[in-house]
Design a protein around this ligand. Structure first.
Ligand code: AMP
Ligand code: MG
Length: 533
């Protein structure tokens, strides 16, 4: 099949002159040419039709042997120029030097139906000059998680890289999942990811760290010209405006994460897309019981640097590292500080608006709402309560025609316990002290709704558009993994289909909206994930 590629990244940016594939420090270059490693027995197990459509690739192609070969790195299509990008990063708060695409290989840029350039990238396609001591491969469990979550996030309205396909390589890959000396041979897999660009904060950081100012300027100019086309180039404000937009986009992304209960798990600067898209799905997780301190990443269990509630501050810290990397181009603090301030202001504003929409208010009321949100966050953490189910349940409150004087009769301990039963992980009866505090909060909340005066149906409709019903709960992904490891792939497409409409009730699929079952509480993959992938 004929698929045309136009590779601006390769054409515009400096290449590593060394084309042999061995691990090394790569200087004075943004990328190295590298070929994907052939695999034993390529097999495609799923593809996302809407991503194919976006790219203008006919869906029938995915049934072909060629598709399986191309999407696992066993065949290149005419026009593809595979490369691995050079980047560095701050990992867990410390500068880590050169990292780079150690197992990701960009194939080329396909012009999509929308006329835009979309880079296709294989993750797990073999060693590159950036593999350091690792094998360049990826296993099925982590690839399946990345594949499904990329698409789930997109359909939730969260900026993200996309996933075109999931394929098996036919090779076995050895992984010590919990770094505890119990390695296992697992099926190798490859996700084909798709994004306008895979450039990260770390691509700029590595150039600044090496004093490669000219290349830094080239990469910034390239990024603005290709991916921030509305920003006028060559003016004294160009870089300031661009950095500010990166700050704002990053802010929007994190506000979405907080809205849907997503925890990235490894917010290192090499995992921060310059586009403000969620990138690099590793030991991420979804909040079941609402807890600001929760992290799915066992590697981060002690410091909890990347816990749910820390994500906004970490995004800011990462932007600060990017600002430092851009310093040589601006040589002034004010424009960079301006962008960082913009993040802080925007975060407050957008987070307030987001919380108002989750709670069903017409708009944020700065007089009453900060305390209400703060108290809710405290109350929800007192007794383990499922975040997703809590907000969907809250939307069901019926108060058309209700008077303030009737609230006390309505909000009893029994009513609260019944009403939120599906959301509580704690066994009945629910702690009396908790019910009292919840009752006090509920009283204020309903009074607040009365002031807004929306009808039940209008409020419910708007709440259910921002509070998802179906999210990729960690245990749901794990069930699909357990089956896929036995060569049963049906659950992957079921989940893909379910998560296509995360806000809409889907008859017959009620079980996917239920709280995490007890068996999954401490099961590996369901609540505990490591960076091993
Ligand atoms: P991550 O924590 O997954 O974002 O990865 C950090 C760095 O390690 C990146 O440069 C990755 O390309 C690299 N890396 C992770 N896993 C592998 C692997 N199996 N083989 C080669 N490089 C890897
Ligand atoms: Mg990464």
């Amino acid at each position: 099949m004929e698929i045309a590629f136009e590779n601006r990244f390769v054409r515009s940016l400096p290449a590593d002159p060394e084309t042999r594939n061995f691990c090394r420090q790569v200087r004075n270059a943004c990328y190295s040419f590298v070929q994907p490693t052939p695999t034993a027995s390529p097999q495609l197990i799923s593809f996302a039709p809407e991503v194919a459509e976006l790219l203008g690739i006919d869906s029938t192609w995915f049934a072909s042997e060629q598709a399986a070969r191309v999407l696992t790195g066993n065949e290149l299509l005419p026009g593809m120029q595979p490369y691995a990008a050079c980047y560095g990063g701050h990992q867990f708060g410390a500068w880590a030097g050169q990292l780079g695409d150690g197992r990701a290989i960009c194939l080329g840029e396909k012009i999509g139906r929308d006329g835009k350039h979309w880079t296709l990238q294989l993750k797990g396609a073999g060693q590159t000059p950036y593999s350091r001591s690792a094998d360049g491969l990826a296993v099925l469990r982590s690839s399946l998680r990345e594949y499904l979550c990329s698409e789930a996030m997109h359909h939730l309205g969260v900026p993200t890289t996309r996933a075109l396909s999931l394929g098996l390589t036919g090779d076995l890959v050895t992984r010590d999942m919990f770094y505890d000396g119990r390695p296992r041979r697992e099926p190798g897999a490859i996700v084909c990811r798709v994004a306008p660009t895979f450039v990260r904060f770390g691509n700029f950081e590595i150039l600044a760290s090496r004093d490669e100012k000219e290349n830094l300027k080239r990469l910034v100019d390239y990024t603005i010209a290709c991916d921030f086309v509305h920003i006028p180039t060559g003016t004294p404000e160009t870089y300031q405006q661009w950095f500010e937009e990166v700050c704002v986009r990053t802010c929007e992304m994190v506000v979405h994460w907080m809205r849907v209960g997503f925890v990235h798990g490894v917010m290192n600067t090499d995992n921060m897309s310059i586009l403000g898209q969620t990138i690099d799905y590793g030991p991420y997780g979804w909040i079941d019981g609402y807890e600001l301190d929760w992290t799915p990443n066992t590697t981060d269990a002690n410091g909890r640097r990347y816990a749910y509630g820390n994500q906004p501050q970490i995004a800011y810290w990462n932007l600060l590292q990017l600002a430092n990397a851009l310093w040589p181009l601006l040589e002034q603090e004010a424009p960079l500080q301006h962008g960082l301030n913009r993040f802080a202001e925007e975060y407050q504003r957008q987070s307030n608006a987001m919380m108002a929409s989750k709670l069903g208010f017409n708009q944020w009321d700065p007089e009453t709402d900060p305390a209400m949100v703060e108290q809710l966050s405290e109350v929800l953490q007192t007794v383990e309560t499922d975040m997703t189910i809590f907000y969907r349940t809250l939307a069901n409150i019926q108060m058309d025609g209700l008077e303030v004087s009737q609230l006390s009769t309505m909000i009893t301990d029994g009513w609260l316990q019944d009403f939120f039963r599906d959301a509580f992980y704690a066994p009945d009866p629910i702690d009396a002290g908790f019910l009292k505090r919840m009752g006090t909060w509920m009283h204020q909340y309903l009074r607040r709704l009365m002031i807004d005066g929306r009808s039940d149906s209008a409020r419910k409709g708007s709440m259910n558009r921002v509070n998802p019903l179906y999210v990729l709960r960690n245990y749901l992904a794990q069930q699909a993994i357990d089956q896929a490891e036995k060569n049963e792939f049906g659950e992957i497409d079921t989940l893909l289909d379910l998560l296509r409409n995360p806000y809409t009730e889907q008859p017959g699929r009620e079980q996917y909206a239920q709280k995490r079952p007890d068996w999954a509480r401490n099961k590996a993959g369901c609540s505990m994930l490591s960076c091993s992938s």
